[in-house]
Design a binder for this molecule. Structure first.
Ligand code: ADP
Ligand code: ADP
Ligand code: ZN
Ligand code: ZN
Length: 751
């Protein structure tokens, strides 16, 4: 190896998936961007070759003894990879973790805040553990640190507008004149004919919340001793404080309608013990710190003047600043991580790495610009540069022109998708890319065109006084029968308005998002779109056998892998590992089934066809229509049998779109459908949206992509900023109108 090659990761003869013997050098300690149309082979190089080899090498570090327990990571199909350092993948997989995982815990900022309170909070209470809702010493004992608990649904339990005789008590045990009812009435002086809303406060309190006490009541002519308690108090003790599972199913069914989950009645959602909540710094308690937007928290932290706390405050503000730099200043530390979007999750992960001290790592990012408004892309660039300047190699799969512009080195993969891609069409500087004549190069030079002939709406759907999350009394008309783009900086309230409010009112809308598709590990594009049913029938009738033979879960399937083609090995402390089935070699069916042919092809051959190849092969009308839909959404390079679990978020979204394309008169809602799409793919996506509109549908798209925004019939711009500084509609109108609107940030970028 030559001396200068030490400065590069050198890949020779890569052949994973569609790669055609690709060789390339990636400069170390620089930012390299991989771009190219979707399906061209970017992931095959970056994830299936570079990241896979790094994982395998890491594995080789274990002793021989340990390795006998580990799966054999197959070597990527490549001649050689040299100078690779440890790779860390920062992807958009959602951060799960349940209610105990919050922004504060995942970023390791929560322990610093606890330490701060234990040192300078007043009154002084004790150790940092006292401030942890994950610690028995600190958690609220009413809700076990969850912040929510079960309670009685008061609207269903009592009707304040009625008197007791009219049936004001609606809980199951209190029918008028029944045993419980009579006991309670005997125990106090209740006016049976007065509306509950007219009751004196103390009497009402006694009726509903009175603690258990022994009283003598007259019953059937005799005086007896009974214990009575308020209606709500009794229901709570009898049904809510006990484990529901110990009750009969009938009882469970009878009482559940009256039980609801709400903020904990003791800590009001703060999750902490009273002692912890009483401790304050400059008037704020730890729950106030956690509920404050990061941008404000930084200011509050800087105002703490205490020499003991100086080092703690320094490390706190440093980490908070990383969140701000990452465009996350509108989030709060108490935000549960499973409510973050994919783009937000990725940015949070990035913060963890920035705070870490690893050097000479190869960081791999998958489309980090997702969810970012053009205004904030420069911040992303600065973060990538910071990682680089710490001595790391940064590799980014990305389509955003502003990120591409800021790269040290650009690798353009193409020229097209699938078998028509798999080569490097350009490597080098940004200037060189512009002159290269590749698809990416020519699209980067193209000026933005604002749509002129915007369609008039056929009607409108009104959203009124929406107040969820950061929305402040938002009222806006969503036009029907046209293409509407909802835009605005991250955290401005787009998803809250559309996904939480609008879709709540219109549950019949067709939602095309990036969440995973596929119900089982056997799902693939053929089963998902229904093509597989027609294919099975065609094989059955051509061979005069039962169509069940050609199903993955029939006796025709390979018994070793149950039709999966791969075998999963679970190892205690690693992700489960997938290896090709040794019996069928990945073909999924038994030998005798593979012998049945349709026009010379076996069922396994058909599943290996790309959509494009299948379009040529099949003459069946119904199959053709479904394949054409896949082709139209830009998925012609995908094979019919590719497990849905291997599809990216963007591909999942497009396959959903393909199977929903034939409706009309519907409302379609799409969340960043350009994810994973190259600039040259977007024209096709716009074509589909326009076709849906022309067929009489309403299309609503949440997007930051300027090519899509510029082609909208109508734009709703949220803002002006994220979090508490957002939550308003700052502009409604056509692309040419928004480009002239002073108050709109989006407008500036369209100009
Ligand atoms: P990009 O990242 O540029 O969108 P990919 O590297 O994901 O492209 O895909 C390149 C080609 O390899 C495509 O034809 C794709 O269908 C195929 N491919 C990718 N992953 C797999 C897989 N796990 N199994 C089979 N084919 C795959
Ligand atoms: P956008 O879609 O424009 O990025 P969102 O609607 O996701 O914005 O967020 C708007 C505001 O609401 C932000 O301050 C965000 O932190 C907050 N928010 C969003 N989802 C939740 C949630 N599940 N719980 C609490 N706050 C949320
Ligand atoms: Zn509580
Ligand atoms: Zn098998």
């Amino acid at each position: 190896m030559s001396e200068s090659n030490q400065e590069y990761i050198v890949i020779s003869g890569a052949r994973e998936n569609n790669l055609k013997n690709v060789s390339l050098r990636i400069p170390k300690r620089k930012i390299s961007i991989f771009t190219g149309v979707s399906g061209s082979g970017k992931s095959s190089i970056v994830f299936d070759t570079i990241a896979a080899e790094s994982t395998r090498l890491l594995n080789e570090n274990f002793t021989m003894f340990v390795r006998t327990f580990l799966p054999k990571y197959p070597q990527p199909d490549t001649d050689a990879i040299e100078n690779l350092s440890m790779a860390v993948i920062v992807d958009q997989k959602r951060l799960g973790g349940g209610s105990h995982s919050t922004m504060g815990t995942i970023t390791d900022i929560a322990p610093i805040v606890r330490l701060l309170f234990s040192r300078v909070g007043q009154p002084h209470v004790g150790t940092a553990n006292m401030f942890s809702f994950n610690d028995p010493q600190g958690m609220c004992l009413e809700c076990n640190g969850i912040g929510r608990n079960l309670g009685v649904d008061m609207d269903k339990a009592v009707d304040m507008s009625k008197s007791l005789n009219e049936g004001a008590l609606m809980l199951p045990d209190y029918s008028v004149g029944g045993f419980e009812f009579n006991m309670l009435m005997e125990s106090g002086s209740y006016d049976l004919d007065m509306k509950l809303s007219d009751y004196p406060a103390d009497v009402l309190e006694q009726l509903l919340y009175g603690k258990a006490r022994k009283v003598e009541v007259l019953f059937g002519g005799k005086t007896i001793n009974v214990t009575v308690e308020g209606v709500i108090e009794k229901f709570t003790n009898k049904y809510i404080k006990r484990d529901v599972k110990t009750m009969s199913e009938r009882t469970q069914r009878a009482v559940t309608p009256y039980i609801t989950e709400g903020p904990c009645t003791s800590c009001h959602g703060a999750r902490l013990s009273q002692a912890a909540l009483n401790c304050r710094i400059n008037g704020y308690n730890i729950a106030d710190f956690s509920a404050m937007e990061v941008g404000q928290l930084i200011r509050v932290a800087r105002e703490i003047n205490d020499p003991i706390a100086a080092p703690i405050i320094k490390s706190l503000t440093e980490r908070l600043q990383h969140l701000v730099d990452n465009g996350l200043e509108y989030l709060t530390l108490d935000r549960e991580t499973d409510t973050l979007s994919g783009g937000e999750s990725q940015r949070v992960k990035m913060v963890k790495h920035l705070s870490g001290s690893l050097v000479d790592v190869t960081y791999i990012f998958d489309e980090p610009s997702v969810g970012l408004h053009p205004r904030d892309v420069h911040r992303l660039n600065e973060l990538l540069q910071k990682l680089r300047d710490k001595g790391n190699t940064v590799i980014v799969v990305e389509h955003d022109p502003d990120v591409i512009k800021a790269a040290d080195h650009i690798v353009d993969v193409g020229p097209h998708a699938g078998s028509r891609g798999g080569t490097i069409v350009y490597e080098g500087s940004y200037q060189g890319l512009l002159e290269s004549g590749t698809l990416t190069g020519s699209f980067m030079k193209r000026p933005l065109q604002l749509k002129q002939d915007c369609r008039p709406p056929s009607g409108k759907l009104a959203v009124q006084h929406a107040t969820l999350h950061n929305l402040r009394e938002v009222s806006v008309d969503i036009p029907t029968g046209i293409l509407t783009v909802v835009t605005g900086v991250a955290g401005s309230g787009k998803s809250t308005l559309i996904n939480d409010i609008f879709l709540q009112q219109h549950p019949d809308a067709i939602v095309i998002d990036q969440s995973a598709v596929g119900v089982s590990t056997r799902s693939n594009p053929a089963t998902y779109t229904g093509i597989m049913d027609d294919v099975r029938k065609a094989f059955a009738s051509a061979n005069k056998v039962n169509q069940g033979l050609f199903s993955f879960n029939s006796k025709g399937a390979c018994e070793n892998c149950q039709g999966l083609g791969v075998v999963y090995t679970d190892i205690a402390f690693l992700d489960s590992v997938k290896l090709p089935c040794e019996v069928c070699g990945g073909k999924r069916f038994k030998e005798e089934v593979l012998a049945y042919k349709l026009n010379g092809k076996s069922i396994a051959d058909v599943l290996e066809m790309t959509v494009e190849q299948a379009l040529e092969f099949f003459t069946l009308k119904e199959v053709g229509r479904k394949l054409q839909a896949m082709n139209d959404v830009g998925l012609n390079y995908i094979t019919l049998g590719q497990p849905l679990s291997t599809l990216s978020g963007g591909e999942c979204q497009r396959i959903k779109l393909a199977s929903e394309l034939h409706k009309n008169g519907s409302i379609y809602v799409m969340d960043e459908p350009t994810t994973g799409l190259h600039m040259s793919d977007i024209g096709q996506l716009l074509g589909i949206m326009n076709r849906l509109v022309d067929a009489g549908n309403t299309v609503i798209v949440i997007e930051h992509n300027l090519d899509v925004i510029s082609q909208a019939d109508w734009i709703i711009d949220m803002g002006p900023d994220g979090g508490s500084r957002g939550g308003q509609v700052v502009f409604e109108g056509t692309p040419t109108q928004i480009a002239q609107a002073e108050q709109s940030i989006t407008g500036k970028y369209l100009k």
